[in-house]
Design a protein around this ligand. Structure first.
Ligand SMILES: *[C@@H]1O[C@H](CO)[C@@H](O)[C@H](O)[C@H]1NC(C)=O
Ligand SMILES: *[C@@H]1O[C@H](CO)[C@@H](O)[C@H](O)[C@H]1NC(C)=O
Ligand SMILES: [Zn+2]
Length: 984
């Protein structure tokens, strides 16, 4: 008999009786360990902390060990060593630690007595984990799937090591350059009680400080209701100490000298200065609590310097209370601060203002918009997305193949590498781990363990430069195409080859239609490309099973079937028609989903501003900052050299604009979108000014200053040109101030039509005129923007400027009218976004010298991980090996509530009998991070002026008595489960 563990929570855990929120003093860590606040005083929460970038100017290891000190004096190992010593000396001292990547590196190297000591600090609340993800992720360029993954991984390590006392409750995004709404929603769904931020737009900050609203309840989702509300505070001085109070070895401020005999005695002066500062902070916030951060980048390598001075500061400042001072200084933590704010507001009946837009773009002065980094390092941004695609395939295959109780180290390495890539300064690359997928696939394809040696499966990572050694060198090979989506998909498979004809057989032995298209000249001459291949072999892998694969047997045969160019101006497949201007070779209109939109697409560039950065007006464009010299972009050209290949599977328009800009526009059979595969670079030198290249789409849509961009690949946000929803903005940089992060989608619409472009990586984008929108695809800059990287952004590869190749996917449809398959254009965009994020992954292997029939007799050529398809609006967001024999399973509803008349309805999934290789024995619902049972998560119910409470999640219900384990999902909802399984 299977046992079910049901976590049952009443559908609304709305307002709890306030007694519920009294501090539980029996609880040692957590809120119960917080310092006692003094009523009637301003409680000053002194928060010692260090901000440790997980790989910025140096690598993670260089930071950990403190090597390469010429670049930056920073050794994280000394920080944790030294803090451990310093906390012993005074039980009141507290410290927070944030980045689990560094913590874990340190922890695994500690002897038992240090571990024991450290655990005591965590138990007593002296040491508290805040944030807790593998790294402090960037919020503009990251995808929600990767953010959730890297939180889950960090939080799992903390739970395994420290249990409940190691569970972070507060988000700590103190350095990212602007803040997304989706990130706030994720924090709420992680079960956190609050979120603290460092950087917001300088005008926004001034406005919030003058209206006492740096602290609000952020309503972070249009779909999830109060479950996505989270208390959010903007700190007074980002995360730095008050001026003059940095007591680190990296700082030069004078220590507190309390020897009255000393000529340098400075206690009175220091305490005066500190209390003045506290008073100016106090004026900006509405409760009797303020938070003052005491730390900075890589501080506390000599923790005693900090703590010895803070001990004195607290002692002498509090002595002033005898003379009537109203300030009470305590060592504290972000969670104790937020708890105290909650208590104070609740006892006084204060209600919080709300916010429902985001904190983008971030400007630090009138000429400094941090909108360049949305696009900077475009190849790494694509590599990150591809890494996520591969990580998900890897996690699924490891789960389906039952590789053993604990997941293999290689999967962990990939998890951790992806965690590092999410960091807000990440510039590091990552190694791909092929071991896991290869052994998982090997296990899944073998009919018996007899006979064949392990088959090695590999991927063609250089496919992006049309180079692949197996497909180029072998006369025959197997392509195994794995589909990580929860429904069948059809994928176009494309490989560079040498031969002139091929046969491809599907698992039934049927010949599959193939096509050979010449590789574009500009690709063949890419710097660093060593391949001999001159054509791409294309075939359609039709109806790939959900969480499953099909293997194709590919063989080179005599013949000559390479497509020849045609001359024609209209190009169409069943659903899509392109019109190319015969004169100019540029796109003129697109017809799709029964609507024709005059549409041109062109490449332009901005020239970067050059200045000495000494005053605001002289800010240079750089790695972080986009600041064009002129706000009008310059056209790369007015005409393109065009070559057209018309196939039955694919039609390609090859456009060459100049030596460093070209593009292939593609139509695929039975696909209702247009692909624009652009190739940009090496960017030429342009005197002192850099070049920042955009692709601009110009239509007749009456967009009325409005466009829409996604938030971390999930909910869409409305953007209005030269406007901010919460204050009256004054703009001096009309181009860069209107740039927003595009993680996966940008669109414009009017009452007739919607025109959307999906991206294959994060980019900056905007609509600077009605009917138009643009995406920045590549940028270099000869100058530094003076924000710490200390070098210009002029990436090179193979001794030349970087060449970037990427894709935009265009979808057009009637606004809010159903398309041909009964779905809205928004649903079509969601569908394509899923298929591009989690593409079917092609693995290559050798045929072992077997004929098709021999191969088929010995190996499994098609497999489905699911017994039935999930509904079109539900996707398995995560399936991965978890603790012991359990798996972590996340289900998500992929549409928003108003996107589609049918698909935006609630959905339900029966889990029992869903997975082919295993049965579910028990299931527990957890918070989004997988580190706490959902039924145990009760959040602080901050009250808002709109009569809304911050609410715990509503859905901790699996229908009891439901043997089928039915899971219901509302639009945009994600539910996380730990499942115990047994393999058949
Ligand atoms: C286009 O419209 C025609 C007639 O209104 C209809 O028959 C057809 O199904 C539509 N096709 C698509 C792709 O929506
Ligand atoms: C937290 O870790 C403990 C072991 O330390 C484990 O028993 C428990 O299941 C974990 N909790 C979750 C939700 O994973
Ligand atoms: Zn940082």
């Amino acid at each position: 008999m299977k046992t079910f563990i049901f976590s049952l929570l009443i559908a609304s855990t709305l307002a709890q009786p306030s007694s519920r929120w009294k501090d539980d003093k029996k609880e040692k860590c957590g809120y119960g360990s917080c310092p006692v606040m003094k009523d009637g005083m301003i409680n000053v929460h002194i928060v010692p902390h260090t901000h440790d970038d997980v790989g910025w100017l140096k690598t993670v290891d260089q930071y950990y060990y403190g090597s390469r000190t010429m670049i930056q004096k920073a050794g994280v190992q000394y920080i944790l060593d030294s803090v451990t010593e310093a906390l012993k000396k005074n039980k009141d001292r507290r410290f927070i630690y944030v980045e689990t990547a560094f913590f874990w590196k340190w922890w695994t190297k500690q002897p038992d007595h240090i571990k024991h000591q450290f655990k005591q600090f965590v138990k007593s609340g002296q040491l508290e984990f805040i944030g807790g993800a593998w790294s402090m992720n960037d919020e503009a360029t990251t995808h929600y799937q990767s953010i959730i993954d890297q939180f889950a991984w960090g939080l799992r390590k903390l739970n395994e090591t420290f249990g409940e006392c190691g569970r972070p409750k507060i988000g700590w995004q103190i350095d990212p350059f602007g803040h997304s709404r989706e990130m706030a929603s994720i924090f709420a769904q992680l079960g956190f009680d609050g979120l603290l931020l460092g950087r917001i737009d300088y005008q926004d900050k001034n406005n919030r400080f003058s209206t006492k609203t740096p602290e609000v309840v952020w309503k972070a989702s249009d779909n999830l209701g109060n479950a996505a509300n989270i208390f959010t505070g903007v700190m007074y001085n980002t995360y730095s100490p008050p001026p003059g109070f940095c007591f680190d070895i990296l700082c030069a401020d004078e220590p507190i000298i309390d020897d009255k005999q000393s000529p340098d005695y400075n206690v009175d002066r220091k305490v005066d200065a500190f209390l003045d500062y506290a008073q100016s902070v106090r004026k900006r916030y509405i409760t009797d609590n303020i938070i003052i951060t005491m730390g900075d980048d890589f501080n506390y390598q000599d923790a005693n310097m900090w703590f010895a001075n803070l001990d004195k500061l607290i002692q002498y400042a509090n002595e002033r209370q005898q003379n009537g001072s109203k300030f009470n200084l305590v060592y504290s933590t972000p969670s104790c601060y937020i708890r105290a704010v909650f208590n104070d507001a609740t006892s006084k009946g204060l209600k919080w203002k709300t916010k429902s837009d985001d904190y983008f773009p971030y400007a630090s002065d009138p000429h400094t918009y941090w909108t360049g980094y949305f696009t900077s390092k475009p190849t790494i941004k694509r590599f990150e997305r591809l890494g996520n695609n591969y990580l998900q395939v890897c996690k699924q295959l490891s789960s389906l193949a039952d590789l053993g109780p604990e997941d293999p180290g290689d999967l962990n390495q990939l998890r951790e590498a992806m965690g590092v890539m999410q960091h807000h300064d990440a510039i590091t690359g990552t190694e791909k781990q092929h071991v896991v997928t290869s052994s998982a696939l090997d296990k899944l394809v073998k009919k018996s363990s007899m006979g064949y040696q392990n088959i090695s499966f590999s991927s063609c990572l250089l496919n992006n430069i049309s180079s692949c050694s197996i497909t180029e060198s072998s006369k025959s090979f197997i392509v195994t195409v794995y589909n990580p989506l929860s429904r069948p998909v059809t994928q176009f498979v494309r490989f560079p080859v040498l031969g002139e004809a091929f046969t491809v057989r599907d698992p039934e032995g049927k010949l599959v239609e193939t096509e050979l298209i010449p590789i574009a000249d500009q690709v063949i001459s890419l710097p660093g490309r060593k391949s001999e291949a001159t054509v791409d072999l294309i075939f359609r892998a039709v109806d790939l099973p959900p969480l499953g694969f099909k293997s194709y047997y590919v063989k080179r045969v005599p013949g000559n079937e390479i497509l020849k160019p045609v001359s024609k101006n209209n190009h169409e497949n069943e659903g899509v028609k392109l019109e190319i201007d015969r004169e100019t070779g540029m796109l003129a209109s697109v017809t799709m989903n029964n609507i024709t939109v005059p549409l041109s697409q062109e490449f332009l560039y901005y020239e970067g501003f050059v200045g000495d950065n000494m005053v605001f007006a002289n800010r240079s464009s750089g790695a972080y900052i986009f600041r064009p010299y002129k706000n009008e972009a310059i056209k790369v050209t007015n005409r393109a050299k065009c070559t057209v290949y018309r196939g039955d599977l694919v039609t390609e328009v090859h456009q060459v604009f100049n030596e460093w800009t070209s593009q292939i526009i593609r139509l695929y059979r039975e696909e209702t979108f247009v692909e624009f595969e652009w190739l940009v670079g090496p960017l030429p030198s342009n005197g002192p000014r850099g070049i920042e290249v955009i692709s601009r789409f110009v239509t007749n849509i009456n967009s009325d200053s409005t466009f829409y961009t996604d938030s971390n690949g999930r909910e869409m946000l409305k953007r209005v040109r030269n406007f901010r929803p919460t204050w009256k903005v004054h703009i001096e940089e009309p181009a860069s101030a209107n740039y927003y992060p595009v993680t996966s989608k940008i669109l414009i619409r009017d009452s007739e039509a919607e025109v959307a472009v999906l991206t294959d990586r994060a980019q900056g984008g905007s609509s600077l005129k009605d009917g138009e929108f643009e995406l920045m695809v590549h940028r270099n800059s000869i100058n530094d923007d003076a924000f710490g990287v200390g070098e210009n952004l002029n990436e090179t590869a193979f001794g030349e400027g970087l060449v970037v190749r990427g894709s935009h996917y265009l979808i057009i449809g009637k606004t809010s009218i159903q398309g041909c398959d009964g779905n809205s254009v928004a649903a079509a965009e969601r569908d394509l976004a899923q298929r591009k994020l989690l593409q079917s992954w092609s693995f290559l292997s050798f045929t072992q010298n077997l004929t098709f029939d021999e191969y088929k007799n010995n190996f499994i050529m098609t497999m489905s991980g699911l017994q039935r398809n999930l509904p079109k609006n539900v996707q398995i967001l995560t399936l991965e090996p978890w603790i012991g024999n359990s798996l972590l399973l996340r289900l998500e509803h992929v549409l928003e509530k108003n996107e589609d008349p049918h698909l935006s309805q609630p959905a339900s999934v029966k889990l029992q009998g869903l997975f082919s290789p295993f049965q579910i024995n028990s299931i527990k619902e957890t918070t989004l991070g997988g580190n706490q049972l959902l039924s145990d998560n009760i959040r602080l119910p901050f009250e808002t002026v709109d009569d809304n409470l911050v609410r715990s999640q509503r859905y901790a219900v699996i229908e009891v008595e439901d043997d089928e384990m039915t899971i219901n999902l509302d639009p945009m909802q994600i539910r996380t489960f730990i499942i115990d399984v047994s393999f058949s």
